[in-house]
Design a protein around this ligand. Sequence first.
Ligand code: ZN
Ligand code: ZN
Length: 158
Amino acid sequence: MYIDLLPVFDKEGERIELGFSFRPDDECFATPVSVTGSIENRTGIVRISATAKFDYAAACARCNKPLLRHATVPVRHILVPELTEEDDSDEYIVVEDRKLDVDALVSEDVYLAIPYRLLCKPDCKGLCSICGADLNEGPCSCEKPTDPRWDALKDLLN
Ligand SMILES: [Zn+2]
Ligand SMILES: [Zn+2]
């Protein structure tokens, strides 16, 4: 969705309320991303200040269990019609032709907020590397490979 920011760039105090949702083109999103907030010109500086909420699906990095998580992501940037040298920072977003592709802007923040590696719980025991059993449900009957250092110790004790 494109928002025409010409009136906001032109006039101090001008404000656009945001309340919309969109579905990013990625199957990890279990719900649309819903965005609320505003774009406002305060003392000549135009800011977007919004919150994006959505649910996403992932799998535990250790046991592969499907997970569904809720995320609330702040979207805060300063919007400028063009960059001057002082503005050269990640915080600034250049809005070409005064038209903001707000879905694209929110998507960037949303993708950065999704963790690359998720665990179903911090102490997930994962799967047995031999039989594939879920070790969170109890030990499996596989022989654990023995550490040769223990064998040496056993020989000493015998
Ligand atoms: Zn797990
Ligand atoms: Zn096993």
